[in-house]
Design a protein around this ligand. Structure first.
Ligand code: GRF
Length: 203
């Protein structure tokens, strides 16, 4: 399956997807054909270029509203014949139109064990809550933020002297393992998102 990856930053998850999809022994069944960033000059774009993958910058500031920004991304994705869209540290909320268009083929990685700690400051909120276990989640994207059906999760310990940075670093190691795995489930049709937001597992 042809995959498009949307990023906004360092792209370490993108790197894990590039590496896994190019490793024949992992049988991911997917090939990344385009990387779109809403921010120019980010590290993730350099990773894609280095891997010889087409990159496009679609700057949200260039569009009058969210719908038109998303539509510009859809034009690029369709031109690249993308079938699956991965959000890998993409820090913009997507319009309902975009989410509904790609529904069932649109997945995101979130740095907490959902449904706990939704939102853009998960690690900070985890530390403030004092929980001893955190983790990460790969889920289908729904119009409600961080609420889609859960595909894969991994737990990670929270250590006594953790900072946002140290926790993020530990959680990212787990993200880099489960994001390619979740993509594999979708690309090889082991999972299917139903209309009622449940997942059918075919194996
Ligand atoms: C990850 O922690 C991801 O869960 C969150 O944003 C971060 C992106 O990191 N949504 P990277 O750009 O993949 O390094």
């Amino acid at each position: 399956k042809k995959v498009g990856v949307l990023i906004s930053g360092s792209g370490t998850n993108l790197q894990s997807l590039i590496d896994a999809t190019r490793d024949p022994s992992q049988h991911i069944g997917a090939e990344i054909v385009i990387v779109i960033s809403n921010k120019p000059n980010v590290e993730g774009l350099k990773r894609a270029e280095k891997a010889g993958i087409k990159t496009v910058v679609v700057k949200h500031a260039d569009y009058p509203n969210r719908e038109e920004f998303d539509a510009a991304m859809t034009v690029e994705l369709i031109a690249a014949e993308v079938e699956i869209v991965c959000l890998a540290g993409f820090m913009r909320i997507l319009s309902n139109t975009f989410v509904n268009l790609w529904r069932g083929n649109l997945i995101n990685v979130h740095p907490s064990l959902l449904p706990s700690f939704k939102g853009a400051h998960a690690h900070k909120d985890v530390l403030a809550a004092g929980v001893r276990v955190s983790g990460c989640t790969v889920h289908f994207v729904e119009t409600d933020i961080d609420s889609g059906a859960i595909i894969e999760q991994a737990a990670v310990p929270v250590l006594p002297h953790d900072t946002v940075e140290s926790l993020q670093e530990r959680v990212k190691i787990a993200e880099h393992r489960i994001f390619p795995l979740a993509l594999k489930y979708l690309a090889t049709e082991r999972i299917h998102l139903n209309d009622d937001n449940s997942i059918t597992w075919n194996y």
